[in-house]
Design a protein around this ligand. Structure first.
Ligand code: ADP
Length: 264
């Protein structure tokens, strides 16, 4: 198992639990974490990455207990792309920026260079290697922040809201990146509010609600539970809802599936 979370509790202020008894296991299925603002999603992934430590319970990343492991050691196993790329950019040249992470976790210069090049190719921005990240568009900066984490070649990659404020091309690139990472056998976990993105890319979906897991299962199964989702102020993708309203009992997740029905 890649990640095991046992009876996890966390608070920022004593008496105000933000996570309340989370039990989860992550195999290698590409997983989306959804939930209202304030549900505890970002706190949860910061705990996985070891940036915060459990107040109660344990998290094991590839067998290592995050309470007993340094952030530096975890950094070579688990990468986290923050929501705002500007929180993550430190250098004034794209290539240096993407090499920063690999060098920081001890890769030698040649390996860091090769990994950075491969990561920039994957996000299709190798041609911008010599530019200043701040001369790029916000969408491109987001892709650079993703490349910086990919270059570290970690087995587990977490993306926090990757599609927010992204244009169509960048969104398609992110979809392709996730597909490639999956093919390479990496575990991809994504926090998102973008239900179409979940339906198109993720095998498993976990719903957080007020610091607890409300639903967890294959994405299709989760999106078939419209009433439970409503209690967390969430809705399935528009196309899923449309097919329900039209009287189909089957849960349809995306356009490809919808096209199997003759009405379209
Ligand atoms: P989500 O990612 O689902 O929006 P968060 O994990 O960001 O949820 O937040 C969960 C709760 O923890 C919220 O009530 C939020 O206000 C609180 N919180 C998040 N970060 C901090 C912090 N650094 N200090 C104090 N409270 C925080």
């Amino acid at each position: 198992m890649n990640i095991i979370v046992k009876d996890l509790y966390f608070y920022y202020k004593e008496g105000e639990d933000v996570l309340k008894g989370i039990n989860l296991e992550f195999d290698d299925r590409c997983t989306a974490i959804i939930g209202q603002n304030g549900a505890g999603k970002t706190t949860f992934v910061k705990l996985l990455k070891g940036l915060l430590k459990p107040k109660k319970g344990d998290i094991f990343i590839k067998g290592l207990n995050t309470k007993e492991t340094t952030v530096a050691k975890l950094a070579s196993i688990i990468g986290l792309v923050f929501q705002n790329p500007n929180d993550q950019i430190f250098k004034n040249k794209v290539l240096d920026e993407v090499m920063f992470g690999p060098l920081n976790i001890g890769q030698d210069k040649n390996l860091a260079f090769e990994n950075a090049k491969k990561a920039l190719e994957l996000v299709a921005l190798l041609q911008k290697a010599d530019e200043n990240p701040y001369d790029l568009t916000l969408s491109e900066r987001k892709l650079i922040s993703i490349a910086s984490i990919l270059a570290m070649d970690t087995d587990i990659i977490i993306l926090d809201e990757p599609t927010i404020a992204q244009d169509f091309i960048s969104r398609e690139k992110i979809k392709n990146i996730i597909k490639k990472l999956k093919e390479e056998g990496k575990l991809v976990i994504t926090i998102t509010h973008d239900m179409d993105f979940v339906a198109e890319n993720f095998e498993r979906t976990i719903v957080f609600n007020q610091g607890q897991v409300l639903l967890d299962g294959p994405t299709k199964e989760v999106f078939s539970k419209e009433d439970i989702l409503k209690t967390a102020h969430l809705e399935p993708p528009y196309i899923t809802q449309l097919f329900k309203r039209l009287g189909f009992s089957e849960t349809v997740l995306n356009l490809e599936e919808a096209l199997n029905y003759k009405i379209l």
